[in-house]
Structures are given as structure tokens and as C-alpha cells.
Design a protein around this ligand. Structure first.
Ligand code: 5RP
Length: 230
């Protein structure tokens, strides 16, 4: 089974948690896209749900699949968010934002009663940090923001190269919120909650890809089948 089939399997398992009438957060990325497509099939068969997309890409996918959408201004909570991740550790700390949607993903996850992470099992790691940590920043004053990020890294016992993310066309990648992303190659993050707190305190940092205390379970698909970790 190839990676894409594994991702679809994880999405299909998470779909089993969806009930009629649920208000859902819809994640972003290739794994979350499988979930949206499978959800669309259930909707076509009569399931009644409403979703909040975490990116413009997911909004378009959900519309194409016939999933009814709303916003967090129109409803006051979500029952369940299903989203992918770039890394998941045994405490359910996550690195997210490989697809650049971390800000909306975190807002949606934080508004949800539960968050299920769906992934192929290569994303399950003992320690976060091999995947570059995305930090969403305001372009204004970026030099000062980068220096403050370096200080936060040093205080939290990590260091590494930082680079402003580029889009495929070579231009700076701009998020749905109009911000930039700095990707930091840290290798190993010894204390993810401490680093999350330090980054959140920096003016100029809009959000970062460390998701702490948000995920409630993980569905991991691998060669030996599906693992649900709670
Ligand atoms: C987007 C994300 C994605 O969930 C993450 O990058 C995983 O993507 P994929 O399912 O394509 O591996 O955080 O911002």
C-alpha cells in the first residue's frame, strides 16, 4: 500500500467517529483532503453535518464535495476537528503547518471539543523537531522578530537555521491570513510546551506550528494496519 492509500485509510477510520448533526473542523493537507472527500460521499448518502474549513484550499475542496460550510462567527463550538500533522509525539504534541494553514488550523482545533489527528505512521515520532517548525510572522520588522525567535530558541535549549518559506514559483509564500512563514530546522525540541509559550510571547509572531494540548487522539495508518492512539 502506498503512502496516499495509508492516508486515505486513516481518514476513513476517523470518519467512523462522525455522527449526524455534528459541527466539524475540516483540516488542511493531503490527508485531511481524503477526509473531506470521504465525508462528501457520506453527505451525498444523507449524513447531515456542517463544517468549518481551515484554509481556502479546504473550503474549495469541501464545496466541491458538497459539504455544507459555516464559520466560527455563526456557531459557538465544534464537536470534532479532523486534521493531519507533520509530527506527533507520544504526549500528542504536534508540529503542524507544513501546508501553511497553521493559524486557521489552531483556531479551529481550539474551538473543538475533540481533535483527531490522521496520518501515516511515519509522522509518529519520539521527539518533535526533525520536521522544520513553521512560525507564522508579520512581514513588518521581520529582522527584529527573527532575533527574538532566536533568543526564544536559545532559552528553550534549541537552535537551527531559519528560512522564509518560498512558494513553488520562487516568491515568498503568503498564508491565507496574508502573513509569511519562517521554517526553523531545530532537529530536536526538548520542551515543546516551553517553546510554544516563548514563541507565542513574541510581537510579530502571529502563530507557530506547535500544537500543545489540542489533539485528543491519533489515527495512524501503516503497513501493519490502523492504530488508534488515545
Ligand atoms: C497544513 C498541515 C497539514 O496537516 C500537515 O502539513 C500534514 O499534511 P499532509 O497530510 O499532506 O502530510 O499542518 O498546514
Amino acid at each position: 500500500m502506498n503512502m496516499d492509500q495509508l492516508k486515505r485509510q486513516a481518514a476513513a477510520r476517523a470518519l467512523e467517529e462522525v455522527r449526524d448533526g455534528m459541527q466539524l473542523g475540516l483540516g488542511t493537507g493531503s490527508t485531511a483532503k481524503h477526509f473531506v472527500e470521504l465525508l462528501g460521499e457520506r453527505v451525498a448518502a444523507g449524513l447531515k453535518v456542517i463544517g468549518v474549513p481551515t484554509s481556502e484550499t479546504t473550503r474549495l475542496d469541501a464545496e466541491r464535495c458538497g459539504v455544507k460550510l459555516t464559520t466560527l462567527d455563526e456557531i459557538d463550538h465544534l464537536d470534532l476537528t479532523v486534521d493531519g500533522a507533520d509530527e506527533i509525539d507520544p504526549e500528542f504534541n504536534l508540529i503542524k503547518g507544513g501546508g501553511g494553514a497553521l493559524l486557521r488550523e489552531k483556531i479551529v482545533a481550539a474551538a473543538s471539543d475533540r481533535m483527531i489527528v490522521i496520518a501515516d505512521d511515519s509522522k509518529w515520532v519520539p521527539t518533535l523537531g526533525k520536521f522544520p517548525l513553521p512560525v507564522e510572522v508579520i512581514p513588518f520588522g521581520l529582522g527584529a522578530t527573527r532575533r527574538a525567535i532566536e533568543t526564544a530558541f536559545a532559552e528553550c535549549g534549541v537552535s537551527g537555521q531559519m528560512a522564509v518559506r518560498k512558494a513553488k514559483d520562487g516568491h515568498v509564500f503568503v498564508t491565507d491570513g496574508g502573513h509569511w512563514i519562517v521554517d526553523a530546522q531545530l532537529g530536536s525540541i526538548v520542551d515543546p510546551p516551553a517553546l510554544a509559550k516563548a514563541l507565542s510571547a513574541i510581537p510579530g509572531v502571529v502563530e507557530h506550528g506547535l500544537f500543545i494540548g489540542l489533539a485528543s487522539s491519533a489515527v495512524l495508518a501503516g503497513g501493519e494496519g490502523i492504530r488508534v492512539i488515545e
